[in-house]
Design a protein around this ligand. Structure first.
Ligand code: F6R
Length: 260
């Protein structure tokens, strides 16, 4: 696990976007794994700028999103399909038919199995972007998720429902179940970049990076992945004990080709 600590959320977004750029330069048909939530939005804005300035192109790329609520149609403004279209896909040159978001509208269990098959048929995920829940979740793999789980239906924890209630109007239906890639699915990505910013993530970051491997902190599974980069701002890194060591390694590393 490579831990990179930069000054602020803008620097996290910049570096994340540069890693995506590097992936596309090396492999124009990169298969991305993508996340929703607040954290990657600034990075997506940078990717939009890079695309619109013809620095990068997604025309051969494909993408698989981590998760989707059950109970919201694709054209619901709080659905993750809608989020991705508005925040990224509508503004870059990706073929929308090559963008996949789990769709559990009709048969979520079947959709989950088909999603796994589609990822395999696409050759697997080259670069997986992750955010981090305050409770240590990745995707919607809540604490107690099997560390070898596959794409499936998960019940969201009270904490996650509360955290995400900010996106829903008062009285609006908020789903409490979702389809999510499993931890085993995520762990098969060739490279993983996790973004975390702000003090509210610092405890989860501490448990993910320096805690024991445990289903109580699903993100700790990333300790077992051989090419994961954790991109943090100073606030999110605030509780790390070995910060000085990570910064020492960081100084001697080419940030765009990190891993281990
Ligand atoms: C969303 C996802 C979640 C979020 C996490 C952090 O697709 O997979 O794991 O990454 O809940 O969300 P934010 O970035 O809103 O703090």
């Amino acid at each position: 696990m490579q831990v990179i600590i930069v000054e602020d959320a803008a620097a996290v977004a910049y570096l994340g976007a540069q890693m995506c750029r590097s992936a596309l330069e090396n492999k124009p048909d990169t298969v991305f794994g993508l996340a929703t939530g607040s954290t990657p939005v600034a990075m997506y804005n940078q990717l939009i700028d890079l695309t619109q300035n013809s620095v990068i192109s997604f025309c051969k790329a494909r993408s698989f999103n981590l998760d989707e609520y059950i109970g919201l149609s694709a054209n619901h403004p709080q659905s993750y399909r809608w989020f991705m279209n508005q925040r990224l896909f509508n503004h870059i040159d990706i073929d929308i038919n090559n963008t996949y978001v789990p769709d559990g509208a009709i048969d979520p269990q079947l959709a989950a199995r088909q999603y796994e098959r589609l990822i395999t048929q696409s050759g697997g995920i080259d670069l997986q972007i992750l955010g981090l829940g305050r409770n240590g979740h990745i995707g919607f793999n809540e604490p107690s998720s099997s560390l070898v789980s596959r794409t499936r239906i998960k019940t969201l924890s009270g904490e996650t429902v509360a955290d995400n209630s900010r996106f829903f109007a008062e009285g609006e239906f908020q789903p409490s179940t979702a389809i999510t890639m499993g931890i085993g699915t995520i762990m098969e990505a060739k490279k993983i970049v996790l973004l975390a910013t702000g003090t509210e993530k610092s405890n989860a970051v501490k448990r993910m990076v320096e805690g024991s491997l445990s289903a109580s902190c699903p993100a700790s599974a990333l300790q077992m992945h051989e090419n994961t980069t954790v991109l943090l701002d100073e606030e999110a890194a605030g509780q790390l004990s070995n910060k000085a060591y990570y910064q020492q390694v960081q100084k001697s590393t080419n940030l765009l080709s990190v891993g281990g």
